[in-house]
Design a protein around this ligand. Structure first.
Ligand SMILES: [Zn+2]
Length: 377
């Protein structure tokens, strides 16, 4: 068995691991490089393998840095199958076409405004390319042993992290390999705990936050503090959040804070069509997290959904205090990046940026001083 790293090396995106056995070539994860331009440009480089010669792809989870290169692979002649969990399949059905759509939009924008040295600028792939690649997905269940052709055995174990996220255990000829995928925390209020890792001869483990310790803070208390202090000033709170995973966690905490009257009853707007769709998928996969059907429904019911750009723009004109959860992240095109609350906040507003709370235009990193929110709710 031979293992080659084709991404996520000295950076945290672009996860792709080529596993070659005597008879098979398998790609574990098929992620996009994201973030800085020099990283994104790597998505255009050919892979050092004959793409049609790949026998299968295995996805640990749906985040684009693990799945977003799949349309390129399909465009270049890969015909599947792509094994993943059912929830990962469902999330890929919204994430991959959206990724293609954003790339088409960016290419069109670059051509219209002349921001390109390429004539014309082209998308890495289109929404139609992404839709075509979805036909290759083959969902499999957690825990069960799956025999691929020619004796390769695969098992998906829960990894926490996001809906459908798995660690992948592979075995052939008595040699086993475990890919952790992105791992969640134990005792998360929403996600199931990562499973105890199945013993393996070799372990490939993610280390995105491997050099940091989790802060010993109560996220609900911090959230309540910032919301209460901002509401007292008559300001609004902007929370940029990943559409998949983080948004549902924030809605869960907001719903609890409201139910326990620990925050004022401010309107909550979910300003992200993808986060709205992801929340729907979250509520359909009750076996994949800790929340009950009624908890899911109350979590979704606290937010007013903002789908259209017009509705999103209308939010900016509102004078009253509010909580806005908006798309963000390594993926480009998130609405939060263009939201006036984010770029030009009022002095009474609070928004989450670079992992810290900012009040008005005060950014802690810009001054070296972090504004404290010591007021108790
Ligand atoms: Zn992830």
């Amino acid at each position: 068995m031979k293992l080659t790293f084709l991404g996520a090396v000295q950076t945290v995106t672009g996860s792709k691991y080529l596993v070659q056995t005597a008879r098979q070539r398998i790609l574990v994860d098929c992620g996009l490089f994201q973030g800085l331009k020099e990283l994104r440009e790597r998505n255009w480089l050919p892979l050092p393998i004959e793409v049609p010669s790949l026998n299968a792809v295995i996805l640990t989870h749906a985040h684009l840095d693990h799945s977003g290169y799949l349309p390129v692979l399909a465009k270049n002649g890969f015909r599947g199958p792509v094994y993943c969990t059912e929830a990962t399949r469902d999330l890929c059905e919204i994430l991959l076409p959206d990724s293609g759509h954003l790339q088409e939009r960016d290419a069109e924008f670059a051509n219209r405004h002349g921001y390109t040295k390429h004539k014309p600028a082209r998308p890495l792939y289109t929404a139609a390319d992404a839709e075509a690649s979805l036909k290759l997905l083959r969902p499999v269940s957690f825990g069960a042993v799956h025999k691929l052709d020619d004796g390769l055995t695969v098992r998906f174990q829960r990894a926490g992290h996001i809906l459908g996220a798995a660690s992948v255990w592979l075995e052939e000829g008595g040699i086993s390999l475990l890919f952790s995928g992105d791992l969640g925390r134990p005792n998360d209020p929403v996600m199931l705990d990562p499973a105890v890792a199945q013993p393996a001869d070799y372990l490939v483990v993610e280390s995105t936050y491997g050099n940091r310790r989790h802060e010993r803070i109560d996220p609900e208390l911090s959230l309540a503090e910032i919301i209460c202090s901002t509401a007292r000033r008559g300001g609004s709170v902007l929370i940029p959040a990943f559409a998949v995973g983080r948004t549902q966690s924030i809605l869960y905490h907001l719903q609890r804070l409201k139910a326990n009257r620990r925050i004022p009853d401010l309107p909550v707007y979910l300003d992200s069509p993808m986060a709205i769709d992801a929340s729907g998928i979250f509520c359909r996969h009750l076996d994949d997290h800790k929340l009950s059907d009624s908890q899911c429904r109350s979590l979704c019911s606290i937010a007013r959904y903002v789908r259209s750009v017009e509705e999103s723009k209308a939010l900016n004109g509102m004078a009253m205090p509010r909580i806005v959860i908006s798309a963000s992240g390594m993926a480009t095109g998130g609405r939060a990046q263009h939201h006036p609350l984010y770029r030009l906040p009022g002095s009474r507003d609070s928004r989450r940026r670079d992992g810290e709370w900012c009040v008005g235009s005060h950014h802690p990193r810009a001054t070296g001083a972090c504004p404290r929110h010591s007021e108790q709710p």
